[in-house]
Write a protein that binds this ligand. Structure first.
Ligand SMILES: [Fe+2]
Ligand SMILES: [Fe+2]
Length: 321
């Protein structure tokens, strides 16, 4: 009974269905010929399904509780396009299903697997056990409310999905691993670079909330990251020393390169380059996938001819075979 409603099926004309649905944005009231009615959208995995509520005792509940998860009864309807008529609604009392289940994203177990894989690789290349213990301690810190694995990496651009922040961070660790292989003298700073990458965008946990800007978004993620790091100051200095701590601070402050505080350390500059390489590649690919024509427009370089790409679904199928 408390399953997520299959909205694609439920919206088919005449279908009656009952289940959980998520209202992400506040619905609006409209005046009809006879009475007012509610117009809104149920959100599921990047898609919005329109719904209407005609009965005041039903829409009053949504007006009172606002956005969130509801148990709904619907009828597939059609008038100038398909929509759902909501005939009954109740606030979802449970806790097993959360709004993350309705948003598109990478599941936590997958991210944890990916992180474990790159950690094993980096350990081979010089990152110490002490560093991974500190990473573990950091990600479990109560200030993060366990959100590192679920928050997005951006509102509009790269990795705007549940788990996007962790995904972006893990992809950067993979690039770091290649750099350590290419430049053996960097191995001396493997811990510093590893920990700095984990920390560079961690302030997004506070800058964003569920893929939208948080209340205090204007104190940006570099500021919030440095603030969070200060709560770990004693721990970091007891594991390493003050220099390590100050170097990590400088990476958080300087990782946007020319767009923000300029980097003041080699570590901040390297992390900046890794960050740009990772986010820009991801952005180019997703732009190409979304663009309808054979060229896309780059803000600095103008029109770019597209590149052949593997269909993601085919690729996953090929890997699993
Ligand atoms: Fe950043
Ligand atoms: Fe980043």
């Amino acid at each position: 009974m408390n399953d997520i409603l299959d909205l694609k099926k439920a919206i088919e004309k005449g279908n009656r269905a009952r289940g959980l649905a998520y209202i992400k944005d506040k619905p609006e009231m409209r005046s009809g010929k006879r009475n007012d009615y509610m117009n809104g959208f149920f959100h599921l995995k990047e898609k919005d399904y329109p719904f209407k509520v005609w009965e005041s005792d039903v829409y009053d509940i949504i007006l009172e509780y606002g956005t969130g998860i509801y148990v709904v009864e619907t009828v597939g309807s059609e008038f100038h396009g398909a929509y759902l008529t909501v005939t009954d609604v109740d606030i979802y009392p449970g806790t097993t299903i959360t709004q993350d289940d309705f948003l598109a994203g990478i599941p936590r177990y997958k991210l944890e697997e990916m992180l474990a894989d790159v950690a094993a690789e980096l350990t081979q290349r010089g990152t110490s056990e002490k560093c991974w213990k500190l990473v573990d301690y950091t990600l479990r810190h109560e200030d993060l409310e366990d959100r590192f694995m679920v928050e997005g990496a951006a509102i509009k651009h790269h990795d705007n999905i549940v788990g996007g922040l962790a995904n972006h961070t893990i992809k950067m660790l993979r690039i770091l691993s290649a750099l350590l292989d290419n430049n053996p003298s960097l191995v001396e700073s493997a811990d510093l670079l590893t920990y700095s990458i984990i920390m560079h965008d961690i302030g997004k946990v506070f800058e964003y909330r569920d893929l939208a800007t948080s209340e205090y978004w204007y104190a940006n993620h570099r500021v919030r990251g440095i603030e969070f790091l200060s709560h770990l100051k004693d721990k970091v200095i007891s594991c390493y020393d003050e220099e390590f701590y100050r170097q990590v601070q400088s990476v958080i402050a300087g990782h946007h390169g020319a767009y923000g505080d300029r980097p003041t350390t080699v570590a901040a500059t390297i992390v900046h380059y890794i960050d740009v390489l990772e986010s820009q590649t991801t952005e180019l690919i997703s732009q190409q996938q979304a663009a309808p024509s054979d060229r896309l427009r780059h803000p600095d370089f103008g029109f770019l001819q597209m590149i052949p790409l593997t269909d993601e679904i085919d690729e996953v199928a090929a890997k699993e075979e």
